[in-house]
Write a protein that binds this ligand. Structure first.
Ligand SMILES: *[C@@H]1O[C@H](CO)[C@@H](O)[C@H](O)[C@H]1NC(C)=O
Ligand SMILES: *[C@@H]1O[C@H](CO)[C@@H](O)[C@H](O)[C@H]1NC(C)=O
Ligand SMILES: *[C@@H]1O[C@H](CO)[C@@H](O)[C@H](O)[C@H]1NC(C)=O
Ligand SMILES: *[C@@H]1O[C@H](CO)[C@@H](O)[C@H](O)[C@H]1NC(C)=O
Length: 343
């Protein structure tokens, strides 16, 4: 019986090694090096879980770790010596600690040549840590105290596609062509809840999603989206945009899918691009909607024979304005695919 059990566990181990694509010696070294504060699931040997442990200092990280979870602790520093063997990390979660910019050892992150995801939300950083590994794909730094982006910090980071900086203290002079240089494949950037009073400069043409809710933006320059041909999800809720600062056709971008302008001071409905699917204009100061003038195509060509080119709008919010029901008939006539309209 004991022999059978032994045989069985060896078989399990073999399957494990095969399924994890990890040599037996490495697996053994990895499991033996598991810090006592952490848990290292044998069926997922490249992951080390040290989250929610009240840790004040970094544990010694086993050498073959790819995924390291340290969120929800009391760490103040990211020291080089604790991470010297963790050169294979792919994923590092340090959310909800007390890490300061001074506490991040110079060069410690740069040695992680494979790191793709770095999460440091809810810490005490005052600047972007640098140097960063050029392998990074996602960088999350929301709800810190970041007020500056050092010039050139992103140079060479052509894999980074998501940058989350919401809830920091960035002002206009922090987000510039110089500070964002190198982000040649950025797709999503979140700058919500900062202290911007202008649209950020220097975004690469790959940008598809731009989130700017909760800033103090009053106006958008007429040529702002000229260099952003892929813009599809734009959020500007809770800003100070008035129709005087927003050129009427500024959002008429063919790639645009989702446009959110709630809680501003707009008095007019901007030009609605034909491909737009979701539009949030609630809680502004719009008094009326003229269906024939906001319709992206001419009313005469709105016959059923050409449904390919029908405006794509499916969801429209207009509540919290000065418009009284009913929904203007010409709006419904223009946007025939509308499934929901809140007024
Ligand atoms: C790193 O690896 C070396 C050699 O295996 C070991 O002696 C040392 O204690 C390790 N350091 C840390 C911080 O894990
Ligand atoms: C909106 O853009 C389309 C091309 O994408 C153009 O044909 C149309 O005239 C524009 N509408 C307005 C009102 O600027
Ligand atoms: C709506 O706009 C069209 C074209 O811009 C204009 O001819 C018409 O008078 C407007 N209707 C109202 C009720 O203002
Ligand atoms: C849209 O076009 C398709 C194919 O041309 C047709 O089958 C369909 O009935 C049309 N729908 C409407 C609402 O006109």
């Amino acid at each position: 019986m004991a022999t059978l059990q032994k045989l069985f566990s060896i078989l399990c181990l073999i399957t494990l090694v095969v399924s994890q694509d990890m040599p037996y010696e490495e697996l053994l070294a990895q499991i033996q090096a598991c810090p006592k504060e952490c848990s290292c699931p044998p069926n997922f040997p490249r992951a080390v879980y040290c989250d929610n442990k009240g840790l004040k200092s970094f544990p010694k990280i086993p050498p073959y770790t790819w995924y390291l979870y340290l969120q929800n602790n009391l760490l103040e520093t990211v020291p080089t010596d604790a991470l010297q063997n963790a050169t294979q990390l792919r994923w590092l979660n340090l959310n909800r600690n007390k890490i300061t910019s001074d506490g991040v050892d110079k060069g410690v992150l740069g040695t992680m040549k494979h790191l793709a995801h770095l999460y440091m939300d809810d810490n005490l950083l005052s600047t972007i840590p640098s140097p960063l590994p050029v392998s990074l794909e996602h960088l999350r730094l929301s709800r810190n105290r970041i007020s500056k982006i050092p010039a050139g910090v992103f140079v060479g980071m052509d894999k980074l596609n998501l940058l989350d900086l919401q809830g920091n203290k960035l002002m206009d002079d922090a987000v510039t062509e110089v500070s964002l240089k190198g982000l040649t494949n950025l797709v999503q950037i979140n700058l919500a809840k900062n202290q911007l009073s202008n649209m950020p400069l220097g975004l690469p043409p790959t940008t598809t999603q731009l989130f700017l809710d909760g800033n103090n933006i009053e106006k958008i320059p007429a040529d702002y989206f000229k260099g952003l041909p892929k813009m599809a999800f734009l959020r500007l809720n809770h800003n100070k945009l008035g129709s005087g600062g927003v050129p009427k056709d500024i959002f008429n971008i063919s790639s645009m899918l989702d446009l959110q302008l709630s809680h501003n001071q707009l008095t007019e409905v901007p030009v609605i691009p034909s491909g737009l699917e979701h539009l949030y204009l609630d809680h502004n100061k719009i008094a009326s909607v003229n269906g024939s003038s906001v319709c992206p195509i001419s009313f005469d060509s709105l016959d059923d024979s050409m449904n390919e080119s029908l405006p794509k709008l499916r969801y429209l919010r207009l509540d919290g304005n000065e418009i009284s029901p009913p929904i203007p008939r010409d709006v419904v006539m223009c946007f025939r695919l509308l499934r929901s309209i809140v007024i």
